[in-house]
Design a protein around this ligand. Sequence first.
Ligand SMILES: Nc1ncnc2c1ncn2[C@@H]1O[C@H](COP(=O)(O)OP(=O)(O)O)[C@@H](O)[C@H]1O
Ligand SMILES: [Mg+2]
Length: 607
Amino acid sequence: MGIIQRLPEHIANQIAAGEVIQRPASVVKELMENAIDAQATNIMVVIKDAGKTLIQVIDDGDGMQEEDAASCFLRHATSKIATADDLFQLQTKGFRGEALASIAAISHVQLKTKHKDQEETGTLLNIEGNTIKNSEKTVCPKGSSFEIKNLFYNVPARRNFLKSDTVEFGHIREEFERIVIAHPEIRFSLHHNTQEIYNLQSANLRKRIVDVLGKANNERLVPLEEETNIVKIIGFVGKPEAARKTRGEQFFFVNKRFFKDAYFHHAVSKAFEGLIPQKTFPSYFIFFEINPAKIDVNIHPTKTEIKFEEDRFIYSILLSSIKQSLGKYNVFPTMDFELETSFDIPSSLRKTEPIAPQIQVNPNFNPFQSTSSNSKASTPGFSNGIKTQGFGKENPSEKDWANFYAIKEEENVTNNEIEFNDELDTDQNFLLRGKYLISNCKSGLLIIDVKRATERILYDELMAKFIHQPILSQQLIFPFEKKMAKNEITAWENNISLINQLGFSGTMNEEILELNGVPSLISDNQIENTLSDLFETILHRDIEKGDFAHKIISSIARASSSSAVITNIDKAKILIEQLFQCKDHSYTAGGKKIINTLGMQEIAAKF
Ligand SMILES: Nc1ncnc2c1ncn2[C@@H]1O[C@H](COP(=O)(O)OP(=O)(O)O)[C@@H](O)[C@H]1O
Ligand SMILES: [Mg+2]
């Protein structure tokens, strides 16, 4: 007698479940995606014990008729494709028809659903291990509610493999964020145990990113927009100075589906090369819109890897469009980011006719002027105030752009080579309006930004002290009050001892934080900014203790040096000495350049 036999359906489903459902977060992802495919405008996610006890997703989408409510749990049951060709016209997130079958094989499921055309009653189903336990009519709103209990109850190996609630909930939050950022028009909420973690109103993309990842992001986002015959790219990259030491806020989406891609990631990194310190990561939220026939989504069970037919072309478009956007930000700080420009994409591929950059350029731009706040003021020194139009050409060539960026690259190289006493002639210093310190060096002129140098020195001092003792706190006469979101309250409570060590103290009164102690170095008008940096940091999910202190101390150092000027040359000498004793004298802790050089060649070119 032969030894081969067909596995019973429920065992086959359990095995398939292993691929699709690895942890509670996978269930959250699949159910949220189904709700989106069902045209929901409002999706609520309720989690108990990081999904180990309960995962519930409620939507106001199309809902299901009684018949479909039962068949949706069968393997390969889908309403989204009918033929293999449909795979190349996918407009939906799902298509494999295996998520619900997998989930039902390894948990206890209750589904309540009412189809949009049904007036009276809906359907209630209870399923355990793929078997329907009962089915009845029920009164429920239109849409669907899936309740998943006791996940992996019959797969003990999987259940034991689950990590702590904090880690598992971290994964859930990550999946949730990926989906909500891709769909800003939909309202979402996320509840964990008794807490409301998110309550997101329908918004545009920028607002959604800010609502999910924190207010501080608003000023840091540089828009991307490029349209070619093959792909449309929209979204945002973070400004270089917002680059982080931890990865995290890096999102690629294709046709609103999150995916990971090392190759495209490389393009982004390349665009940021030389603009951010090593070992820091830029944030990005990049959406590709492409004909579904040009991608293959079906190469990975969780669909987070995607094959692009024209990946090399997309790589170069991505690289060039980020460079353009960053170029605008770095070089043309006063211009409106929403202005649409497109240059070095081959014209045969361009969807719209090329638009010459209608922007005002100062060819002798001040290399320190990378923050937009003070960028309108004409800066003394290199700027001669003359403004010219673009490159003086309709279509600048790649070489024009290369020249344009060359200054930055050259400076980077020189900066890394500067050593105190080696190249500097400190007897020939002079001060420019107390803000810049100009010194003679081998390769030409060295310009030190006084404010940023002070910030670096202060940061190193505070950091060295903080290892042994808390930051000195000053009590406020009038408490500073701030209304808190639920997730901010939780973050404050979870991190309170570290927050106190950093010099902040306060009481939480319902939703109002009454801040009564702040680090002694910061003045009243800087409290709000420093506090918002604090929250931005504590809300960041996988922040480590060391990194936490780094962020906050860097914010305190920035705040307290924000008006630093030097009025006498002896003090300037001390500043230079202290600066060159710092481990990294080229960049502030926040990644902004402290020193720039004006090379002899550049000076010569001006005459
Ligand atoms: N929230 C929902 N609202 C309406 N229909 C749903 C919902 N979730 C699932 N369905 C139906 O159940 C089917 C099976 O879902 P699933 O197993 O996730 O497979 P897929 O999404 O790949 O089609 C879907 O094709 C859809 O018709
Ligand atoms: Mg699905």
